[in-house]
Design a protein around this ligand. Structure first.
Ligand code: NAD
Ligand code: MG
Length: 417
């Protein structure tokens, strides 16, 4: 049985991971949970999964959690209550919890960086959903993996697809994953993209895009931030950088193809021109389960793929002028060093401001581009952790300052004038 820690247990990835544990109790048990602030759901999870430790980022709610847990366990004969911890540092303690074999990283954004690094330093295997960690800090994370022997199993559906395809190449083990070296025999990676919320909108109509429009994904049900990233296609751009660090390919060999049905989750082209694809219904439980069970395949009763029912799979080139975020991500990835951390932090801040209706959808790429431009002269090619944290903070401030300075043209009403 594998002991699992779930970081971000109350989110979309976290709750789906816990559904897997519930469905396969012989294979998995939960030893650690971490959450931001959703006390009610966290309490239900504690009641059901009986973890050894629970960390709550929002320290101000810790005493309320303690009270509720005391009540929950007061008549409990067989299980001890979990150790409860609060604050950011507690996430690192839970992430490196001794009895865990594998840590599922479902925290959203760069907030996942330090907990993920703690888990890596403790030698835990990682099921990586929190892509922002690798994007912002690839040059810091990769050497730490090498040092500790911890392995990164991709849980993002595209990278899981590539990883699954690689099992059929002369590269059967996971040993070279995340070493930053090119994976031998692979010529190209093709990441598929659903096209996001606005795929059927004409570019000229994006001026009317609202938060509600951008947070309605046609194929996947996910947290708000990644749903907006899918609508701008920044998610795909971030995944290009994620693929670069995971599989070691140069950016010229990582392509994006629009595939609205989300049945092919990504493809690899091999040296002999053969292309391998991994398929399945768009359900995050599949890549999560594979990251949790590798190298085993667990028998599931989940809905089976029926291609005759689907009928047609379609593909097209991404529209780079409608979606400038993709090119911004390629440029940041190619610049390397601290630039992807700036791109990522600027994007997190821009998406947060968009969700608060302080900037218009069309301004998301503009404020990110401005932050990346301003960072060019300060770029550090071989950053340490402190450099990553510093530029992350700087980029967030730079975006807020830019938005404040240009407030007259940031929102929908001002843009339409
Ligand atoms: P979500 O918003 O649904 O959940 C985020 C979780 O992180 C919650 O438990 C929240 O409490 C916690 N959290 C948020 N801020 C925190 C902070 N500052 N400190 C500690 N905890 C904090 O997000 P999600 O959609 O589950 O995405 C999680 C990660 O997985 C993201 O990096 C995303 O890119 C990646 N991912 C998600 C999906 C998906 O289907 N949802 C697919 C692929 C990759
Ligand atoms: Mg993905």
């Amino acid at each position: 049985m594998k002991a699992i820690s779930v970081l971000g247990s109350t989110g979309s990835i976290g709750t789906q991971t816990l559904q897997i544990v519930k469905e396969f109790p012989k294979q998995f048990k939960v030893v650690a949970l971490t959450a931001g602030k959703n006390l009610g759901l966290l309490l239900e999870q504690i009641k059901y999964y009986k973890p050894e430790v629970v960390a709550l980022a929002d320290k101000s709610q810790l005493s309320a959690l303690q009270q509720a847990v005391d009540d929950l366990f007061k008549n409990e004969k067989y299980f001890s209550p979990p150790k409860l911890l609060g604050g950011d540092e507690s996430l690192n303690i839970a992430a490196s919890w001794d009895s865990a074999d594998l840590v599922v990283t479902g925290i959203v954004g760069c907030a996942g960086l330090l907990p993920t690094l703690s888990a890596i330093k403790a030698g835990k295997d990682i099921a990586l959903a929190n892509k922002e960690t690798l994007i912002a800090a690839g040059p810091v994370v990769l050497p730490e993996l090498k040092k500790s022997g911890s392995r990164l199993f991709p849980a993002d559906s595209e990278h899981s697809a590539i990883f699954q395809c690689l099992q059929g190449t002369p590269w059967p083990d996971n040993a070279r994953l995340s070493t930053g070296q090119a994976t031998p025999g692979i010529r190209n990676i093709q990441l598929t993209a659903s096209g996001g919320a606005f795929r059927d909108w004409a570019a000229k109509d994006l001026i009317h895009a609202t938060v509600k429009d951008a947070t309605s994904h046609p194929n996947w049900s996910m947290g708000k931030k990644i749903t907006v990233d899918s609508a701008t296609l920044m998610n795909k751009g971030l995944e290009v950088i994620e693929a670069h660090y995971l599989f070691g390919l140069a950016y010229e060999h990582i392509e994006i193809v629009i595939h609205p049905q989300s049945i092919i989750h990504s493809m690899i082209e091999l040296a002999d021109s053969s292309v391998l694809a991994q398929m399945g219904w768009p359900d995050m439980k599949l890549p999560l389960l594979y990251a949790m069970s590798w190298p085993e395949r667990i028998e599931t009763p989940w809905k089976r793929l029926n291609l005759s029912e689907i009928g047609r799979l379609t593909f097209s080139e991404p529209n780079t002028s409608k979606y400038p975020c993709m090119e911004l991500a390629y440029s940041a990835g190619k610049a390397g060093g601290t630039m992807p951390a700036v791109l990522n932090a600027a994007n997190e801040e821009a998406v947060a401001l968009f969700l608060q209706e302080k900037i218009h959808f069309l301004n998301i790429p503009k404020v990110i581009e401005s932050a990346c431009e301003s960072h060019k002269n300060d770029l550090k090619a071989n950053p340490q952790l402190n450099d990553v944290i510093e530029v992350d903070n700087w980029a967030r401030k730079a975006v807020r300052a830019h938005v404040q300075k240009n407030a007259h043209q940031m929102t929908m009403s001002t843009l339409r004038k």
